[in-house]
Write a protein that binds this ligand. Structure first.
Ligand code: HQG
Length: 187
């Protein structure tokens, strides 16, 4: 089992395209592990329940959750299919962060952060995490989100089980670019 390939496959079927292997998710995004594993097998992908458990617990970003009581699995966040994760509203810290490729900056600083095909905009609790997210697609910039002010102004936030902050959109007035290191003149 290749853990990266398997994780990508699981992310695809549990977030975006369950029909690709003929499964359906319940309204909260769960599917029975046995159903998932046999659907994968039917599509030529052998994965044991133990391998699945190991992959879920070793996942660097804790992308998936297993419910041992009901023997079900779901993705913790990142869906584009319609699900209600049932996350309660949460009070964010004063500042959150969002990493994005530099090429998106001017559009975001004008039009705000949009959720695109996902349910929510994803925000990180620290700069390092945001930088990693943005760097997936090339040279990255980090935006500072005045989340506390947004919350006071009535914007709803929640936090996924793996620590990703979620909100529907971020208007541009709450955003600024994290300062670049200052140029040191060497005269
Ligand atoms: C950008 C990964 C132009 C936004 C990560 C981002 C995350 C705009 C891209 C999770 C824009 C959407 C999500 C605007 C937003 N103009 N560009 N107005 N508004 N964008 O992948 O946050 O590995 O849907 O900045 O770690 O990059 O999959 O969102 O660059 O947690 O588990 O549009 O995916 O997790 O891209 O990443 P995405 P994201 P996993």
């Amino acid at each position: 089992m290749d853990p990266v390939r398997t994780s990508k496959l699981l992310a695809r079927v549990l977030r975006h395209d369950p029909a690709a292997i003929g499964i359906t998710l319940d309204p909260a995004g769960w599917v029975e592990v046995d159903i998932l594993l046999s659907a994968l097998r039917a599509h030529g992908y052998r994965l044991s329940a133990t391998e699945l458990q190991q992959l879920v617990s070793a996942s660097d970003k804790q992308r998936f959750a297993l419910d041992p009581l009901t023997n079900r699995i779901r993705a913790n966040q990142g869906h584009s299919v319609e699900v209600d994760l049932g996350l309660p509203p949460a009070t964010p810290p004063a500042l959150l962060y969002h990493g994005t490729p530099v090429r998106n900056l001017s559009s975001i600083l004008t039009g705000g952060l949009n959720r695109g095909s996902r349910h929510d905009v994803h925000l990180s609790p620290d700069v390092e995490t945001a930088r990693r997210v943005g760097a997936r697609r090339g040279r990255c910039a980090v935006l500072v989100v005045r989340a506390g002010a947004m919350h006071s102004d009535g914007h709803r936030f929640s936090v996924s089980d793996n620590g990703v902050w979620l909100t529907r959109q971020v208007p541009a007035r709450y955003l600024s670019r994290l300062g670049e290191p200052e140029f040191q003149a060497s005269d």
